[in-house]
Ligand binder design. Sequence first.
Ligand SMILES: *Cc1c(COP(=O)(O)O)cnc(C)c1O
Length: 392
Amino acid sequence: MNFNEIKALDESYVLQTYGRNQVAIDHGKGATLWDTVGKEYIDFTSGIGVCSLGYANETWAEAIYDQAMKVGHISNLFYTEPYAKLASKLVPAAGMAAAFFGNSGAEANEGMIKLVRKYSFEKYGEGRATIITLKNSFHGRTITTLKATGQDHFHEFFFPFTEGFRYAEANNMDSLMSAAGDDVCGVMMELIQGEGGVNPLQKDYVQAVAKLCAERDWLLLIDEVQTGVGRTGTMFAYQQFGIQPDVVTFAKGIAGGLPFGGFMTGEKCRNVLRAGDHGSTFGGNPMSAAAGNVVMDTLTPGFLAQVTEKGQYLRDSIAALNSPYVSGIRGMGMMIGVGIQGTTHKELKDKLMAEGLLCLTAGKDTLRLLPPLVITKEEIDKGLSIMARVMK
Ligand SMILES: *Cc1c(COP(=O)(O)O)cnc(C)c1O
């Protein structure tokens, strides 16, 4: 099918909930993609931080195929090897105690919210169920995670939302203290606000929040749906902030392109959710878990060091463009935000796409780069030369 045929079917039969790029992607290899007319693109998106091993990774594809030919799905009423093996790799790598597997970021955050409320209820009783989240955050699109998201425009239309969320300014302990109260059970945050504009939190602030949580027996809830599983150069971003969460969520990059997500708890709250308290039909699906095992086996210390190195190279090279459109560069590892001035982030994204480079946007004025973690130096340089041309 050509682009116009695909688009016509979309417009006839699919809800128009996305502002799609006017391109239909056909196939890819590594960090390079081709559309339906054979035009080549360097990919600085990984979907949205999902395809950590790039496109058409053979080890990944074979693991999924092999698992599909054994048993593609069976319910969580049975044990299977792939999810058990994945947990045995993920949990120690995170310094956590136990994992729960679901399918997406929002679902992972929902589970984390259920956990903190049950923890608090069992220990302190009713009236202590409020979760403090940060302004400009993003936690998902379900009714509850929309409300957890600290941006007013996500709180329209879909009333009534779940109660029990209060918002504090990021990097501001006074603001957190004014949101504090006897009704609080936890603080939930991203360490780099992704959708909000690729804004890393300050390390001393994050540590102060962790300390306050420990003092008040609030659970420290870290949303690593975007930052997790190698994206920032360590397995999880909190490992660079010198904190250990009580619960951490992950999703996007964990299975390299199959739907997968979940959360891990520390020792303190590993027994809060018990049989019957939580579940997911597709959670821990054998094919997704098999893919997750390939991702985890790829993320060796040497590989993660390369993520850090390539991310630094990208940031340095973008700075060296001396583009009048760049107002600043933020991020960690291969999660990079480029502040845009003199044009809009969306217009620039479209111009880069026309020249063969795919980027994302975030916040009001940020070009967001989330290249596949396996991107080669040659692919990065190709992308940079397109940036140099378009942004001079
Ligand atoms: C993408 C994202 C989510 C939502 O994940 P879905 O898989 O789309 O439900 C939640 N939190 C953060 C930080 C994200 O980046």
